[in-house]
Design a protein around this ligand. Structure first.
Ligand SMILES: CC(C)(COP(=O)(O)OP(=O)(O)OC[C@H]1O[C@@H](n2cnc3c(N)ncnc32)[C@H](O)[C@@H]1OP(=O)(O)O)[C@@H](O)C(=O)NCCC(=O)NCCS
Length: 323
């Protein structure tokens, strides 16, 4: 039978779905175990969530992970990522999400085409174009792959552009302890990482520099999450490293964002320190996994995350409507 340690893993459940001529009828379900209580277990399957009363479970066991995440896992992670970066203006097209934040970041100003848009695909893309046109914004759609490949094909046919790929990376928590390469003393091993519930003005200035300004909507995107922390590291009174952590996705996912170290003190282990502090905070808040989004072409950040044990879960492309 299953135990709490199996939550987050892929399992198969044989359940009793009826009795015919005095014999039990079985049905098998495969998916990720997202919750286990005394009375029910909840599975994220490729078809969506399935809640099974424990009394109906004939047999259940862990199975090896697939090399590719299931569609359900991609959907769950994309929704947790959306919660972690909440656009203030939102709409729905069936299951698809429409998001707008005064143009601040692609993520908060793009449609997320996962699930059923409640209309044919071409009509759904038309509706996305109209929604953004009404707000005077270019239409963007983030397509997680391969899940949203059919949407991508429709956008190709319409001549939509493509921004460089973004990797969505994950790691189980806690992160493994990491030591500086080559035995070099870790200059910042004892640095104090302050985790504040709100960003300081200097923190916001770094975010503004990175993301090109800071409209009112940006403050909402950064702070309108129940569990959020803003990492600050000061040296001689100046802010030298920042980061942001959130816990979303029903408490499972620590989201890491806006990790940045000022150029003068890079390659001294500061980003690692910030991430480890945020990870410890996430674990204390109940998170079992970390995720982040990084542009594939950001070599320094990709190397950093690889060093910390993060692996690519899936990728997405930000698609841009032609003028
Ligand atoms: C990415 C960034 C946060 C790294 O910060 P940092 O404090 O220099 O990173 P660390 O010193 O903790 O690096 C830890 C490890 O990451 C890897 N790494 C970091 N920067 C690297 C680089 N430029 N090239 C190759 N590997 C790098 C190395 O393995 C490094 O360990 P080592 O120095 O012992 O070899 C920093 O370059 C930065 O602020 N970049 C701009 C903002 C950004 O891109 N943020 C990420 C957005 S997703």
């Amino acid at each position: 039978m299953l135990r709490q340690q199996d939550v987050g893993h892929r399992i198969v459940v044989r359940r009793i779905v009826g009795i015919r001529e005095g014999r039990p009828q079985f049905s098998d379900a495969l998916g990720e175990l997202v919750e286990l209580s005394e009375t029910h277990l909840t599975l994220a399957t490729a078809q969506g969530q399935l809640r099974v009363p424990v009394a109906q479970v004939h047999r259940a066991k862990r199975v090896p992970p697939t090399r590719r995440p299931t569609a359900a896992a991609v959907v769950a992670l994309e929704r947790a990522a959306d919660e972690a970066w909440p656009a203030p203006t939102r709409g729905r097209l069936g299951d698809w999400l429409l998001r707008s934040a005064e143009g601040w970041t692609g993520r908060a100003n793009s449609a997320l085409p996962i699930g059923d848009p409640d209309r044919p695909l071409a009509a759904a893309v038309d509706a996305v174009e109209r929604w953004y046109a009404e707000r005077g914004q270019p239409a963007l759609i983030n397509t997680p792959l391969p899940l949203a490949a059919p949407v991508g094909a429709e956008l190709d046919a319409r001549g939509w552009g493509t921004r460089p790929p973004t990797l969505v990376q994950t790691a189980p928590l806690p992160l493994p302890a990491s030591t500086p390469a080559g035995g070099q003393a870790d200059l910042w091993g004892a640095a104090v990482v302050e985790l504040a519930a709100a960003p300081s003005d200097e923190w916001l200035a770094i975010a503004a520099g990175r993301k090109g300004g800071l409209p009112d909507a940006a403050r909402h995107v950064l702070t309108a999450v129940d569990q959020v922390r803003f990492a600050h590291v000061y040296a001689d009174g100046a802010l030298v490293a920042v980061g942001r952590g959130t816990v979303t996705g029903q408490g499972r996912w620590l989201g890491l964002s806006l990790i940045e170290v000022v150029p003068a003190v890079r390659r001294q282990g500061l980003a690692r320190r910030v991430i480890h502090e945020l990870a410890s905070w996430g674990v204390s808040g109940g998170a079992t996994h970390a995720f982040l989004q990084v542009e594939q072409r950001n070599a320094a950040a990709v190397a950093l995350y690889q060093r910390l044990g993060l692996v690519t879960h899936h990728t997405y492309l930000t698609r841009v409507a032609p003028n």
